[in-house]
Design a protein around this ligand. Structure first.
Ligand SMILES: Nc1ncnc2c1ncn2[C@@H]1O[C@H](COP(=O)(O)OP(=O)(O)OP(=O)(O)O)[C@@H](O)[C@H]1O
Ligand SMILES: [Mg+2]
Length: 305
């Protein structure tokens, strides 16, 4: 198999705190790979190591065919990186920002103009390319930042929460662009807190407290981790009812999803007794990746307890 990224027990410690703990993954070429996990899970730290921006404490890895410990300069030349706080120059126009990055990546003079136009097109910035970045709204800035990250046509692009703070419409169009890149063979590694985006990734790396909880396709994660029949309850004061519901012998998990409760039953026959107990009718639902994450995090707590 042709891998874009492989890591073996990749670890980063800050003092005696381990932010990424023995991460071993292999990401295929042309894959959209999502990094998911709560705040502080270690996603940005892992991405920065993969980009050659942060030295690992231990472990090893290969990115775009280069050694993650010894060849970080080569890695930086062959990847694109869009950081969580993406860096555009507010006092330059969209075109000037692209031009800056085109020079930074040493794109030859004769090629530069064509690449810049290509990125303006990709970002949907036609007609606004000469506006100052300060005057562009969030979604445009974000697509421009992506343009700056991929103007050198890297084989791998790392996007750290590229869609936080932009509208749902912009998020969807951004993800369409990402999938287009992957279809052309670019490997895309993206962190997100949005479950709808996670659903669109080929595979998901679930991280919690620096540990890899699971690495698989959204479909397989749901099928393998969620073992039972999932129902939803709309209940006043839902958060205060979790404990008593979880104590029922046929309930495997109970967790809060916004204002609703998701309850994992052993099988559909337990829907009726649950209804009698709680006084509202449970609705069958398909498990989400959030359910998967909650189940995985709980399992890990049980194992390490
Ligand atoms: N330079 C640093 N020195 C000390 N601790 C750090 C440093 N960088 C990150 N950390 C800690 O490492 C942990 C992981 O941080 P990281 O930024 O990788 O998380 P994350 O998964 O990207 O979170 P978020 O979803 O909020 O972006 C956090 O507890 C953070 O405080
Ligand atoms: Mg982060």
């Amino acid at each position: 198999m042709d891998y874009a990224v492989t890591t073996d027990e990749l670890t980063k410690a800050f003092g005696d705190f381990t932010a990424v703990d023995r991460l071993s993954i292999s990401i295929e070429r042309g894959e959209v790979c999502g990094f998911l996990g709560p705040n502080g899970a270690g996603k940005t730290t892992a991405i920065r190591m993969l980009c050659g921006l942060l030295d690992p404490t231990s472990g090893s890895g290969m990115v775009a065919g280069y050694d993650l410990v010894r060849e970080t300069e080569k890695i930086k030349q062959h990847i694109g990186y869009m950081s969580q706080k993406f860096s555009l120059y507010d006092d330059l126009s969209a075109r000037e920002n692209l031009s800056f990055y085109a020079r930074l990546y040493s794109i030859p003079n004769g090629e530069r103009g064509r690449r810049i136009d290509e990125m303006i097109d990709m970002a949907g910035l036609m007609g606004r390319e000469d506006e100052l970045v300060a005057n562009l709204s969030g979604g445009w800035k974000q697509r421009l930042a992506l343009g700056c990250a991929i103007i050198a046509r890297p084989s791998i692009v790392f996007l750290d929460e590229p869609t936080s703070g932009v509208s749902p419409t912009s998020r969807r169009s951004f993800f369409n662009i990402i999938q287009g890149l992957a279809n052309q063979g670019t490997t895309v590694i993206v962190t997100t807190h949005f479950m709808d985006e996670a659903e669109r990734c080929n595979r998901i790396v679930f991280i919690n407290q620096g540990h890899l909880l699971a690495f698989d396709t959204p479909e397989r994660l749901k099928a393998e981790v969620i073992d039972g029949y999932m129902v939803e309850l709309e209940l006043p004061g839902a958060v205060y009812r979790i404990e008593e519901i979880e104590a029922l012998p046929y309930v495997k998990e109970c967790s809060l999803h916004g204002p609703l409760l998701h309850v994992l039953l052993e099988d559909p026959s337990h829907s009726a007794p649950l209804r009698e107990f709680i006084g509202v009718t449970p609705r069958a639902v398909h498990p989400t990746l959030e359910d998967v994450f909650i189940a995985l995090a709980k399992k890990r707590r049980r194992v390490s307890a």
